[in-house]
Design a protein around this ligand. Structure first.
Ligand code: ZN
Length: 218
């Protein structure tokens, strides 16, 4: 990457991540950003430190007599085997899949509309109404204008897109809350590939957008 990300998740999101309070989908988007953002890794580590201090200040809990043995036994258990690199699909020609996505993207890309394709991710622990997917938008293509009923987090993996809030390049995170309206456009050059998590159905505007909504699955 030629530069670090410019758009970062809010501190609220980073601290919730540090505390393990994010949904599986949101945590995946944040982890994908953290992999390329030393600034947010530092904020998250600070949040983890604060969380640890708060835990220490809590009254000691009564533990089962065998709790220590069980915790030690878990340390001896083999870690889950990572997926072999050859089994991880590429994001695109010559584009490696970001490490946090290695075990959750099984592909293939599915056509949604001219210039738009998608890979749906099924995450263990996703909350009801949460949708997690990779979206590939051809250069210059426009997504339907839409609003949000819940939070939407997007991390750009390749290419760039812009909307009324700014221009987002590789590693950048766009955070949209209920009430936000936007119409992302993929910048010219290479296809824009993003990891997106949405909570709640999107509010699509216009007939074409409403026709596309079931295809996008959002
Ligand atoms: Zn960051």
């Amino acid at each position: 990457m030629s530069h670090g990300p410019i758009h970062h998740p809010s501190h609220d999101i980073l601290l919730c991540h540090a505390a393990g309070r994010l949904s599986a989908g949101s945590a995946l988007v944040v982890a994908t950003h953290l992999a390329v953002c030393p600034h947010c890794r530092a904020v998250t580590r600070m949040g983890e430190g604060v969380g640890g201090v708060l835990l220490l200040e809590e009254a000691p809990a009564n533990m089962a007599p065998d709790a220590l043995d069980r915790a030690l036994a878990r340390l001896d258990m083999p870690a889950t085997t990572p997926r072999p690199a050859s089994a991880v699909p590429e994001l695109g020609p010559g584009l490696p899949m970001p490490r946090p996505l290695h075990d959750v993207v099984h592909g293939p890309w599915r056509w949604v509309a001219p210039g738009i394709s998608r890979i749906r991710l099924d995450l263990a622990g996703a909350i009801p109404g949460e949708r997690v997917y990779l979206l590939r938008v051809a250069p210059g293509s426009t997504l339907p204008e839409h609003g949000h009923r819940g939070q939407e987090l997007t991390c750009v993996l390749a290419g760039r897109f812009r909307d009324s809030t700014g221009t987002y390049a590789q590693g950048d995170v766009a955070e949209m809350d209920a009430g936000h309206e936007h119409q992302p456009i993929a910048e010219p050059g290479e296809a824009c590939i993003s990891l997106i998590v949405t909570q709640g159905r999107l509010r699509m505007h216009g007939l074409l957008a409403r026709v596309l909504q079931p295809l996008l699955g959002v």
